[in-house]
Design a protein around this ligand. Structure first.
Ligand SMILES: [Cu+2]
Length: 129
């Protein structure tokens, strides 16, 4: 009898484990990831870009989003006017003033539709003419 109950428990638990693994990966992978940016990550460009754009694979929350561009000395250079495209909420961007040649770092932080915080950074270089 005891053996039968424990057998049942083992079967139940193993089914639960299998179910968890079937369901889990989708929820883990459900948060937004960057699919594209302009300027591109690690790119070298010849002209100061008008803005920095980041596209995620899905819409991100409009609240608490941030996007900052700093120069090689760490000074913030963007216009602090982060926006999110109304008809494509996976797209955020900020405008830039005319920038001199340097390597710039873009830092972003958004909240995914699944409430997870997604943050990261990448660099681009404006070449000397
Ligand atoms: Cu997530």
């Amino acid at each position: 009898m005891i053996l039968r109950v424990s057998n049942f428990l083992i079967t139940a638990v193993s089914h639960l484990i299998v179910l968890t693994f079937l369901i889990w990966p989708t929820s883990i992978l459900a948060h937004a990831v960057v699919v594209k940016s302009s300027p591109e990550k690690d790119s070298s460009i010849s002209q100061s870009p008008k803005q920095v754009d980041i596209w995620f694979n899905e819409r991100v929350m409009s609240k608490h989003k941030s996007l900052a561009v700093t120069d090689s000395t760490g000074k913030r250079v963007d216009n602090k006017d982060i926006k999110q495209e109304m008809l494509d909420q996976s797209h955020i961007f900020t405008t830039l003033p005319e920038l001199p040649p340097d390597t710039y770092t873009v830092r972003y932080r958004v909240i995914s539709a699944d409430t997870h915080v997604v943050s990261g950074k990448f660099s681009f270089t404006i070449q000397k003419p």
